[in-house]
Design a protein around this ligand. Sequence first.
Ligand SMILES: Nc1nc2c(ncn2[C@@H]2O[C@H](COP(=O)(O)OP(=O)(O)OP(=O)(O)O)[C@@H](O)[C@H]2O)c(=O)[nH]1
Ligand SMILES: [Mg+2]
Length: 359
Amino acid sequence: MINIPSKENIAGQSKTIAEPELGEFDDNFTWSAMVLAAQGKKINQISIDEIDWLTKLRRGLEETRKGFVTELLDKLGDDPLTPESLDDLETLLIRADVGIDSTDKVISSLRTKLNEEVVGAEAGIKFLKKELKLIIDKPIKNSGSDLLVPQKGKLNVWLLVGVNGVGKTTTLGKLAYLSSKSNYKTLIAAADTFRAAAVEQLKVWGDRSNVDVISNQSKNADPAAVVFDAINSAKKRNVDLLLVDTAGRLQTKNNLMDELAKIKKIIDKKVPDAIVESLLVLDASQGQNGLKQAKSFAKSADLSGAIITKLDGTSRGGVSLAVSEEVNLPIRFIGAGEGIKDLRPFNSYEFVEAMLADK
Ligand SMILES: Nc1nc2c(ncn2[C@@H]2O[C@H](COP(=O)(O)OP(=O)(O)OP(=O)(O)O)[C@@H](O)[C@H]2O)c(=O)[nH]1
Ligand SMILES: [Mg+2]
């Protein structure tokens, strides 16, 4: 059983985890149910959590959508696409931070299609969704697994990396909840030894989902040493998933990448058969800056996936496409809020539908 207290306190803020209630049959609810049904889910397989999440995602992407779809639909009206409307679409995609490469790809496929046939507004949007989905799905398909889940019978180690403030610790907390709720034996390693409050922050998240946190409270503790201890505990306890929080900044002049390399070395040495995932956490609201970070991490940190956070309330949700196309990283989870349930496995269909929902 998972015991989730209803009142929480993180960094002095009091928060309540509201149990999702059956929503009203408003537009968001109906849309969420339709998106689930379109994926072949039967009514008895649809949970309120899923509806709740999709509603949140759609609301979160509202700002991205506003500057994009609404304007696009206004411009298109009911008329078939023209070369001029493609120019408008190009501008809108760039403005939504979709990135130049992805935009070029989509626009040139649409242009080819336009040369072959008349494309109505509705068909145009449908085609656009399909093209965007292809871009996001490519690195996911290349990775060989559609969904990132811990493999049973082995120690899975997921490192959360990224620059400061992007949401690593929060995301780790949400992952611990998802993992323990899915019955994986989970453990947290507090390997961010830079921020004094990082361990406390993690313990609050750990308590929320009954997951223990391995830490070393001494000043200037070595992150790799914390991981060393955590692996020992993980082995003893037969842990399925060890989640490692890392620093966005360091107290020394050591390079972040060197520190990560050291952590990885320890893992390889102690558990050579562990399944290690290095997940880059990116804050969607940072748009192109986030993309730059992704590129520089990807160069030196041997990443295996990305997690996009803060999709709630940014107009830059399109950056997810740029991450797929330009950094070639499979997006594994997305976060749209600060609550424990505000992180879900990434689903390209749902994402594109939410980004291009027409209201
Ligand atoms: N709105 C929103 N806020 C988020 C989300 N994820 C994280 N945050 C907030 O972003 C802020 C920074 O989050 P942290 O998890 O501490 O970020 P971090 O990457 O661990 O930061 P450092 O440890 O300093 O490197 C906190 O206020 C979080 O509540 C999200 O999906 N949506
Ligand atoms: Mg942190």
